[in-house]
Design a protein around this ligand. Structure first.
Ligand SMILES: NC(=O)c1ccc[n+]([C@@H]2O[C@H](COP(=O)([O-])OP(=O)(O)OC[C@H]3O[C@@H](n4cnc5c(N)ncnc54)[C@H](OP(=O)(O)O)[C@@H]3O)[C@@H](O)[C@H]2O)c1
Length: 298
């Protein structure tokens, strides 16, 4: 980090928030806000936090991320995912600070079949994606363009928190022991992104004073089925599982959920990688690092 920076981090107990705290660069003074310190559904509290701390950056990693539950709680999802970034941006416009708003591949409808570029039209297909898209728009509307950065990412997982990787490690163990198969959706394609890689991209964006819209994911492409198979293989290779369960590919129609998900949501990260000076890593090698980290937690 070039100069001393004061950063107000939201969602500091979430999976990305924890990775950001663990990788804080020298020179950053971090004001870490979890749910207990700052309720993101309270726009007044978000604005007051900016006025109180006068951060150089708000790094808004907090979000209402329960994609299915959001279908039944659109107001709360909207307050957290759109209201908070709007309130931060409005307050930062007055204080002179900048906003890094973390966003999602779910702002796209998933119908185009090739990677989404940052400037493409948003067309979310569920409540969560709509609330995140509105959060991006409110943030960008309230701040001068050079003081607002939206960083979209996809399929986030890490060694802590609630995520697909940890769920699959547990299910592989249970199903393999029972001699049963695991059924996993094979017709949704995206790219898994490890929290350590995403945290590095966030810190690089602050260091480079990035603005505009950035896409960041690990490299490659996968279906949830591919991801589940790799989790089983690497879980065995790293000694976390005695054996992996057989993984059976199923379709989205076989596994109905309250929220629809984009069937194809790869993000075109080609402009971001040189802009942030970060080399892409294939998702499978990032997954191996996460699984090693899970193993070292005991
Ligand atoms: N997870 C993914 O697959 C994914 C994919 C693309 C983009 N993203 C984006 O990446 C960012 C980080 O997500 P993540 O994966 O780290 O999610 P996460 O683990 O669910 O973390 C989100 C954090 O926000 C907190 N939060 C929720 N509502 C709040 C409220 N009203 N007040 C204060 N805190 C609140 C949560 O607290 P509780 O745990 O107490 O609810 C949690 O600590 C988010 O912007 C998300 O939209 C995530």
């Amino acid at each position: 980090m070039r100069a001393a920076l004061k950063v107000l981090l939201t969602g500091s107990d979430g999976q990305l928030g924890q990775a950001l705290r663990a990788s804080k660069p020298e020179g950053v003074t971090l004001i870490a806000c979890g749910r207990a310190e700052l309720d993101l559904a309270a726009a007044d509290a978000c604005a007051a936090a900016v006025r109180q701390h006068r951060p150089d950056w708000v790094l808004n990693a907090g979000a209402y991320t329960a994609v299915d539950k959001a279908e039944a709680e659109p107001e709360l999802a909207g307050a957290v995912n759109a209201g908070a970034p709007g309130a931060f941006a409005t307050a930062l416009a007055g204080s002179g600070g900048r906003l890094l708003q973390v966003s999602t591949d779910f702002v796209f409808n998933g119908e185009q079949g090739h990677p989404y570029r940052p400037e493409q039209h948003l067309d979310p297909i569920g409540v969560y994606g709509r609330s995140k898209a509105e959060g991006e728009q409110r943030a960008r509307a309230a701040l001068p363009a050079d003081r607002c950065c939206v960083l979209r990412t996809s399929w986030v997982y890490g060694p802590v928190g609630k995520n697909f990787c940890l769920t699959m490690l547990r299910l592989h163990g249970l199903r393999a022991a029972a001699g049963e198969a695991l059924a996993v959706v094979a017709d949704q394609v995206g790219c898994p992104t490890a929290t350590h890689s995403l945290a590095a991209a966030c810190w690089a964006a602050l260091s480079h004073r990035s603005s505009g819209i950035l896409h960041w994911s690990d490299a490659g492409a996968a279906s949830w089925y591919d991801f589940a198979v790799a989790i089983g293989e690497l879980g065995v290779a790293r000694g976390l599982l005695p054996q992996a369960a057989e993984v059976r590919p199923i379709t989205t129609d076989d596994y109905p959920t309250p929220a629809r998900r984009p069937s194809y949501s790869l993000l075109d990260c080609s402009a971001t990688r040189p802009a942030l000076g970060l080399e892409p890593r294939h998702w499978r090698s990032a997954l191996d690092e996460v699984i090693k980290a899970v193993g070292s937690q005991g």
